[in-house]
Design a protein around this ligand. Structure first.
Ligand SMILES: Cc1ncc(COP(=O)(O)O)c(C=O)c1O
Length: 382
């Protein structure tokens, strides 16, 4: 008998729902990935770099040209200077960045505060490092930080707080004022911050993303993670990065060196070229995804689902209590997939202790207009 190090980990709901979508021929609005391609110039650049022989290991910390592009983008977006050599590390996806950041600083017995509903990759990484996640629930409707609950959860063992804005699955944003409040709360404590900002460019209605990179006090103790997969519509490339002050980056790189060594070389070359040639891509992303959100939400007005258009990310939560209050959200997701041809993600899987009366499923609108129209038609017919 194998004694599992991760006894509570099984097949994730994302895999299960995507498989069910394939089996039943349902439209897959469950897992978070686009059903359209990345920019052609970016795709072409990969082939060019493979043919040019850029196929061997890149430097462990990432291709210098790409790290410089990341630093340039950060300067443009957030008005801060980060050192491309000592603060930016390219990783095989944000997931690897998260794993390495946690393993760089978490020791057996340490506690890591995460906010529920919570993305699923934090807890296994913490457990493998010998730590323990302390789950703090966000507001049931607002998905905002409950400061009393957070302050109650702090203990002398708290070593890290993980924040995620724009937030998966709710789309909620952490404001600059909330970052200030967090900084004040942990000012006198030895606590690191892991800021998962993979949806940093998916912010709507004229709002600006409040990055930890632009918060001096928090950044001094932070790992800030992002994902080229999300930003350039190429989630399968699994290429991301982490920005942290030099001393933290040095510790993170010790782990990254032996988990990944480096990211995929031709993809890094292609991303560096594309970022240099098309800095406008990230500027245009909010409008690009906001148009999808508005189209989808507009069409769903004709349904019995209740919702408030999201502030960020490419996920829309919808409340189905007017349709099938008798079903919990896992049953509802299966029912929607099998009976109505639209695969969704139940929100309860993002909680350690789901809220029993919550009736929410998550729909991904990173889809072509045609897919969104077909999905909305099916959802409006229920
Ligand atoms: C909140 C959050 N963090 C991290 C990731 C992982 O990003 P990557 O695919 O670059 O590993 C995802 C992907 O869905 C996510 O939603």
């Amino acid at each position: 008998m194998i004694s599992s190090k991760l006894p509570n980990v099984g097949t994730t709901i994302f895999t299960t729902m995507s498989q069910l979508a394939v089996q039943t021929g349902a439209l897959n609005l469950s897992q978070g990935f686009p059903d359209f391609n990345g920019p052609q110039a970016l795709l072409d650049a990969v082939g060019r770099h493979i043919s040019a022989g850029h196929n061997q290991y890149s430097p462990m910390t990432g291709l210098p040209a790409l790290r410089q592009q990341v630093a340039a983008k950060v300067a443009r977006q957030y008005g801060v200077t980060v050192d491309a050599d000592h603060e930016v590390t390219i990783t095989p996806g944000a997931t690897a960045a998260i794993f390495c950041a946690i393993h760089a600083v978490i020791r057996p017995g340490d506690e890591v505060i995460v906010f529920d509903p919570c993305y699923d990759s934090y807890e296994p990484a913490v457990e493998l490092a010998g730590g323990r996640c302390v789950h703090v629930q966000l507001g049931a409707d607002s998905f905002a930080i409950d400061w009393q609950k957070l302050s109650d959860a702090l203990s002398p063992r708290t070593r890290m707080i993980v924040i995620n804005s724009p937030h998966n699955p709710s789309g909620a944003l952490i404001t600059r004022a909330e970052l200030d409040q967090l900084a004040a709360l942990i000012a006198d404590r030895d606590i690191y911050v892991l800021s998962d900002e993979v949806y940093e460019h998916l912010v709507y209605d004229g709002a600006r993303h409040a990055s930890v990179l632009a918060h001096e006090a928090l950044y001094a103790r932070a790992f800030v993670v992002s994902s080229f997969g999300k930003t350039y519509h190429v989630t399968g490339w699994k290429t991301g990065y982490v920005i942290a002050p030099p001393a933290l980056s040095a510790e993170l790189r010790k782990v990254h060196q032996y988990v990944n060594f480096c990211g995929v070389t031709p993809l890094q070359w292609a991303l560096a070229d594309f970022m240099a040639e098309h800095p406008e891509h990230v500027e245009e992303l909010p409008a690009f995804y906001q148009a999808k959100r508005d189209l989808f939400c507009g069409l769903l007005q004709g349904s019995r689902f209740q919702f408030k258009p999201v502030a960020g990310t490419y996920f829309q939560l919808v409340d189905y209590s007017a349709i099938r209050p008798d079903l919990d959200d896992v049953q509802m997701s299966v029912w929607l997939t099998r009976e109505h041809g639209v695969a969704t993600i139940p929100v309860s899987v993002f909680y350690q202790q789901p809220i029993p009366e919550q009736r929410l499923v998550r729909l991904c609108f990173a889809k072509r207009e045609e897919t969104l129209r077909q999905a909305a038609e099916k959802l409006c017919a229920i």
